[in-house]
Design a protein around this ligand. Structure first.
Ligand SMILES: *[C@@H]1O[C@H](CO)[C@@H](O)[C@H](O)[C@H]1NC(C)=O
Length: 209
């Protein structure tokens, strides 16, 4: 009898909890799983958990002359558990966000300043969709597809990109191929690239072997 009453109570409690779970602000001190971070205690949640500043210009003094400033769940706890996040792109003149994918999310980009040549490649027949975007233009990049952005105008370019996941992930293809310790012979065998080119890229990007 006690067990049955307890079971009914547990069910009621569980469903009541679910119905009042407005959000699940990340508690990054706990391990992250496929569903994201565990929720912070509601009593410890503040408005600051839902607010993030992307006002600062990213540092573009690097090999790609560009910077991605992410506001994803690990640093922006309020988006945890919601199908959303955002990042800022800064591209110096001639800068590029090289071919990359977000395994976990589709992306929508809005140009705030400058001119950006952007595109993606379909997984079906490798069809390329690319164009030049100006201030106010928006482009969507479907989940998992290889895509790029280039500052093709004069002066710096700025864009904001929003993702359909609090943890979209980011894999830059050149970094994946060459900023690693996979033996050059295997990289050559699996990419059809020349050994000399692979060694050069490994050297520039910090790969070994
Ligand atoms: C930008 O990054 C470069 C290279 O890492 C560094 O030398 C420079 O101090 C940074 N600039 C700022 C303003 O942080």
């Amino acid at each position: 009898m006690f067990t049955q009453a307890f079971f009914i109570f547990s069910l009621f409690f569980a469903s009541t909890q679910a119905s009042v779970l407005d959000f699940c602000v990340a508690d990054p001190s706990l391990p992250v799983g496929p569903a994201g971070y565990s929720c912070k205690k509601t009593t410890e949640v503040t408005v600051g958990d839902f607010v993030y500043s992307l006002a600062a210009t990213g540092n573009t003094s690097n090999i790609i002359a560009a910077a991605v400033t992410p506001a994803f769940a690990p640093t922006y706890p309020g988006v945890n558990g919601l199908d959303i996040s955002i990042a800022r792109l800064d591209l110096a003149e001639g800068g590029v966000i090289p071919f990359h994918t977000h395994p976990g999310a589709s992306e929508v980009l809005v140009v705030i300043q400058g001119t950006i040549c952007a595109g993606f490649i379909s997984s079906f027949e490798n069809k390329v969709y690319f164009t030049t975007l100006k201030r106010g233009d928006v482009m969507v990049f479907p989940q998992g597809l290889l895509h790029f952005q280039i500052n093709s105008g004069k002066g710096p370019a700025i864009a904001f990109v929003s993702f359909s996941s609090p943890n979209p992930g980011l894999q830059i293809t050149d970094f994946a191929f060459f900023k690693n310790d996979l033996p050059t012979e295997i990289v050559a065998k699996t990419t059809f690239l020349d050994i000399a080119q692979i060694k050069k890229l490994k050297g520039v990007l910090g790969g070994t072997n």
